[in-house]
Ligand binder design. Structure first.
Ligand SMILES: C=CC1=C(C)c2cc3[nH]c(cc4nc(cc5[nH]c(cc1n2)c(C)c5CCC(=O)O)C(CCC(=O)O)=C4C)c(C)c3C=C
Ligand SMILES: [Fe+2]
Ligand SMILES: [Fe+2]
Length: 343
């Protein structure tokens, strides 16, 4: 038996809700060339001169609205997920964040302390869908730390699991209790990305956003196409839940900057929906497996306010899977399948 360890990796949060800590976090996040993909100097001027000075105080207020006594919900829930998974496996499970702490080095060190002769590490980016600003940057960051430290163990990565039956089942079952009461529409709200990132990630350079209905036509671009992958997740979950096409729709949230991002925009759709006779709305955010600022503040708090202020009557936010038992089982299955590859 090969000696195997596991590292779960999520995005990360500021250390506290102080403007100073939020600035530090945003600086690391937005200076990532896979998030703001502009030449370094332009990115530096944009982030330091324009985005961060305005965004950090606003984001700090937003974090204050959802912060828990134990810390950032994203970090607390990721640790709970680590613990829940650890209960189900003898493999050592550690946690890392892409930005902030715990760093990849801290996670590798913790793993080596528990298993000094570890031979392979299974990295689980906690993102169901591929995007260069989430999945890819997480993987590259862990690979860089692995290389810089000359670790002898092998690093294997769990691929995007957006259509994996165990993930789809866990997501659908975590949503089912919230769909028992009468509702007009279910909105799948995914984290948005710039359209440019979709074009960049298309290895064929001629399919995504260039062919009509590209997301529904077979292509070699799909393993790295965020829009295709989120669309498939929505379709599979809706099917599993027995929903008709007229009962659900999809949108993209958390837009930053002026470049064109994927459409429709959740923030634009929420106040429009009541005028389209959608008075009872249920919202789910499947690009996040753990609740965080973008779900708890933007969707559960602000989204509700906006929808209700524009004539909505009932707004139900479905929490992320967090530590749902089926999700923990699915995670273990994903890890075991990756361990078995190339054996
Ligand atoms: C789910 C995957 C994510 C993708 C894809 C993603 C892309 C992306 N994000 C920004 C800018 C921001 N995102 C912020 C918060 C945030 N983003 C994700 C996930 C993805 N981002 C999560 C899980 C979180 C929450 C972090 C937490 O502490 O709870 C923020 C910071 C907060 C804020 O000011 O809103 C920014 C900024 C860009 C530009 C981008 C793609 C290019
Ligand atoms: Fe984000
Ligand atoms: Fe595509």
């Amino acid at each position: 038996m090969r000696k195997t360890g596991v590292i779960l990796m999520n995005l990360g949060s500021p250390d506290s809700t102080s403007v100073k800590d939020v600035k530090k976090y945003l600086d690391e996040f937005l200076m990532d060339e896979r998030v703001i993909d502009k030449p370094w100097l332009l990115r530096f001027l944009l982030v330091r001169g324009i985005i961060n000075p305005f965004r950090a105080p606003k984001s700090a207020e937003a974090y204050k609205a959802i912060w828990w006594d134990e810390g950032s919900p994203l970090i607390v829930l990721s640790k709970q997920l680590q613990e829940a998974l650890q209960q189900k496996t003898t493999l050592p499970v550690e946690l890392s964040m892409r930005y902030g702490t715990p760093t990849p080095e801290a996670a590798y060190t913790a793993l080596l302390n528990r298993m000094p002769d570890v031979e392979e590490v299974i990295l689980v980016p906690l993102y169901p869908h591929y995007a260069m600003s989430s999945f890819e940057t997480a993987v590259e960051h862990m690979k860089a730390a692995h290389k810089n430290n000359n670790y002898a163990f092998r690093l294997k990565v769990v691929p995007p699991f957006y259509k994996h039956p165990a993930y789809i089942n866990a997501l659908a079952e975590s949503m089912r209790p919230y769909l028992q009461e009468d509702f007009d529409q279910l909105l799948f709200s995914y984290h948005g990305i710039p359209e440019r990132h979709i074009l960049k990630a298309d290895p064929t350079k001629k399919h995504c956003m260039q062919v009509e209905n590209c997301c529904f036509k077979a292509s070699d671009s799909h393993p790295t196409c965020y829009r295709h992958q989120v669309t498939i997740t929505s379709e599979l979950v809706a099917k599993k839940l027995g929903l008709k096409k007229e009962q659900w729709q999809q949108s993209y949230q958390s837009r930053l900057g002026r470049d064109p991002w994927l459409l429709p925009n959740t923030q634009v759709r929420l106040p429009q929906l009541p005028k389209e006779q959608v008075k009872k709305l249920v919202v789910v955010c499947p690009s996040f497996v753990s609740d965080c600022l973008e779900t708890l503040e933007e969707i559960e708090l602000r989204g509700k306010e906006d929808f209700m202020a524009h004539g909505g009557e009932q707004y139900t936010y479905i929490p992320c899977m967090n530590t749902h038992a089926l999700w923990v089982d699915a995670l273990l299955q994903l890890i075991e399948e990756t361990m078995d590859k190339d054996r």
